[in-house]
Design a protein around this ligand. Structure first.
Ligand code: GSH
Length: 242
């Protein structure tokens, strides 16, 4: 039986982690429709909130199997695994038989489970308790440990899972590019990460995805050591009472 042509729609809140999914879709060579949403003023607008219970981006709509009742899936990690295994024939993932399977799993999950929460906690505590507070300093140390963890890996490996580019790189790319518009992170001296940013950003799939989902973003600033300009409204919102 032949596989039906995928009918995929990606709901993406611009300047956000939803960019991972167009990047992956382009890598997998899958056709997709893209619905773009602007922040209102910082969070999801009402039309996006209607798409999924959590009201956050990305949301994948898959009408391939039942056009009357499309699957609505959230969580960038879950969407990535779904696309790879349901429509992508396992491409850009490593199989359990691969010697680097454990590395692949670890680095696929590291960005959403450890790196990103650490960076957001840092932004939050700066506003809530101020940069001299031990709780802020503790979070700062945690971010440095997480960033050094990635850097050490990339000093010894071309990509996060090893020699092959995988979805682990797709998941992590936004954390060191667009996410720095929300919490500045100077990457000066992190040569492993900077070299990897250069390599990944040259991929045609990344360029095509970013052109479609966030054409106004300056990609060169995104991969630079200093990072892109920050979203002022977010910085003000996080400044809190200190
Ligand atoms: N863990 C989720 C996080 C989703 C998330 O928080 N997305 C942000 C975009 S960066 C968002 O939609 N924020 C707006 C809102 O929550 O209203 C994932 O990986 O997809």
């Amino acid at each position: 039986m032949s596989t039906p042509t995928p009918k995929l729609t990606l709901h993406h809140l611009q300047i956000g982690q939803g960019e991972r999914i167009p990047f992956l879709l382009e890598e997998l060579g899958l056709p997709y429709e893209l619905k773009l949403y602007k922040r209102s003023p910082l969070l999801s607008p009402a039309e996006l909130k209607e798409k999924h219970h959590m009201g956050a981006s990305p949301v994948l709509e898959d009408a391939t199997f039942d056009p009357d009742k499309p699957i609505m899936l959230a969580e960038s990690g879950a969407i990535a695994e779904y696309l790879i295994h349901k429509h992508g024939h396992g491409r850009v993932a490593l199989p359990p038989s691969h010697p680097n399977f454990a590395d692949y799993l670890y680095w696929f999950h590291f960005s959403n489970a450890s790196l990103q929460p650490a960076i957001f906690r840092l932004a939050l505590t700066r506003g809530m308790v101020g940069p001299e507070d031990p709780r802020f300093k503790g979070n700062e140390a945690r971010v440095r440990t997480a960033v050094a963890n990635v850097n050490n890996r990339l000093l010894e490996n071309k990509y996060l899972a090893g020699e092959e580019f995988t979805a682990a790189d797709v998941m992590t790319m936004w954390c060191f590019t667009t996410m720095r518009k929300f919490e500045p992170l100077d990457l000066t001296g992190y040569e492993g990460i900077l070299g990897w940013l250069e390599r990944v950003s040259k991929r045609g799939a990344y360029r095509r995805a970013m052109e479609r989902c966030d054409p106004e973003l300056d990609l060169e600033a995104g991969i630079s050591a200093e990072g892109p300009s920050v979203v002022e409204l977010f910085a003000k919102a996080m400044a809190g009472r200190k």
